[in-house]
Design a protein. Sequence first.
Length: 376
Amino acid sequence: MHRTVTPLITVVLLLVALGMLVLMSASSERSSDASYFVERQLIWLGISVVAAVVTARLDYRLYERAVLPLALVSIGLLVLVRIPGIGKMVNGSWRWLQVGPMTIQPSEFAKPVFIIVMSWWLARSMRRLEEIRYGLVIPFLLLASFAVPILVEPDYGTTLLVAAVGLCLMMMAGTPMLPLMGVAGVGLLGVAMLIFQNPERMGRIMAFLDPQAHEQGKAWQLANSLRAFASGELFGVGFGNSFQKYHYLPEAHTDFIFPIIGEELGLIASLLVVVMYGVLFATGMQVARRAQDLFGRFLAHGIALMIALQALINFAVVTGSAPTKGLALPFISYGGSSILASSIMFGILLNIAIDGERGRLRKNKGLFKDRSRQAS
């Protein structure tokens, strides 16, 4: 099982350990209690470990049977965040639900559920995907049922991520490219129109296009993010010695934690982080190839894409290659919902990997027995 299981576990453990280490430094100035965010993250990490172990041991085929209740609960939670008194607004967005002393972000948990729903449909309709109804209309309706509630929060980053993963899965399944690109283009145009009508989002676009002119405004985070990378040089200024964490980077412990890695640990460490996500993605693709059925294959592809694309978008944002979006760095950024949802996806991927390796062993044993009979 070492070919896929060991690399998956090793990379995720390294990312989580690095995240906790950097969080200790990045969050130390965020509260009067220097350990406040670390302690909260440790609680969520404990819950996430349990979730990862449970999902790793639970046969992934069970999700195929529970697809309807999973979808209804997930979409229902996405709708609830927009209801005053139930949903909680932070920084102009309705993304959170208050559950006792904790806040949860339903859009994070919608990611694995969305992958399950899309994988279920594509697997069961594989032979009919060339028909517009089965290969285009229904998959896009499923995609929209998750993307639209997330879009109206508004959360453009997660909407883009969900749409990208959905389109990739449809292409992998064999949906005809021309109509797929046509409908995707119409959807992209609609999102662009919403952005142009939103002064806050347009401000971010203008800051992205001309960061120097908006350095004291919308491009403040980006400017300080780039300064963090520049001051880190090859080997960093040393753990705990970040200058940008002193309120120059407002989200230094969440969405902009990667620049703190670059500043304190340097360019080489930053590149190693990128490599680790690359290894996670490549291993996820290998798990998909070895899956024992179509549902497992699409599920593994979707999870690998979701984690890798989210990391890629985060890297693009903090380096000025994309407009600012509120996407965490999986397994590293502070955030209970983020690390729990990522751990659930990791556990499911691990279960598919274990099942695939066992299937290969059974197949190899069968071949060995056949050859033994032929030899005798």
